[in-house]
Design a protein around this ligand. Structure first.
Ligand code: SF4
Length: 167
């Protein structure tokens, strides 16, 4: 499987989830969170599609790209700012750069928090992402699934029943 932004995101949330997703074990369609996220996209910014473009390139898909100003807008339904969101956005910039589109910045938007955050990519980030890509390759091609992480976020994970059955 090609490394993509979803895997980068999952890698930063839970390596087990990263492995499960990459190996075709999916339960997202049963989760309300997916549709809730889509609803936030659709209702928070109804005029978005007129101002921004959708861009698909090299395994990533940007819903709201401001091509004129080279800014990626990423909307998150979460009610807290998470490190994984930063890396997902930095990864988008990294991939654009790899494809010759340089000088891109990002804006994380949290409608439920009424908060936005600007995200940029620096040399340290590029190094970290290169390492992440290598490590993700190793994780997803491993014979066995990484262990359950016993974290609070597990309760909201679509794999919860799968991971904790019998515990
Ligand atoms: S339930 Fe927890 S351990 Fe299992 S995949 Fe989700 S986050 Fe990872």
């Amino acid at each position: 499987m090609h490394i993509n932004a979803t895997l980068i995101n999952l890698y930063n949330v839970c390596k087990r989830e990263c492995w499960l997703h990459a190996n075709g074990i999916r339960f997202e369609h049963t989760s309300d969170l997916v549709s809730e996220g889509k609803l936030i996209h659709e209702t928070s910014y109804p005029q978005r599609s007129e101002r921004y473009e959708e861009l698909e390139i090299d395994g990533i898909k940007l819903d709201y790209y401001d091509a004129r100003n080279k800014v990626i807008h990423e909307i998150k339904k979460s009610d807290k700012v998470e490190e994984a969101h930063h890396w997902q956005l930095k990864y988008y910039m990294f991939v654009l750069e790899r494809n010759g589109i340089e000088g891109v910045t990002g804006v994380l938007e949290y409608p439920t928090l009424r908060q936005t955050e600007t995200v940029t990519l620096n040399d340290d980030d590029r190094e970290v992402i290169t390492k992440m890509e290598k490590e993700i390759e190793e994780i997803i091609h491993a014979e066995t699934c990484p262990p359950v992480i016993h974290a609070r976020l597990c309760k909201n994970c679509s794999y919860y029943d799968f991971c904790y059955v019998g515990e």
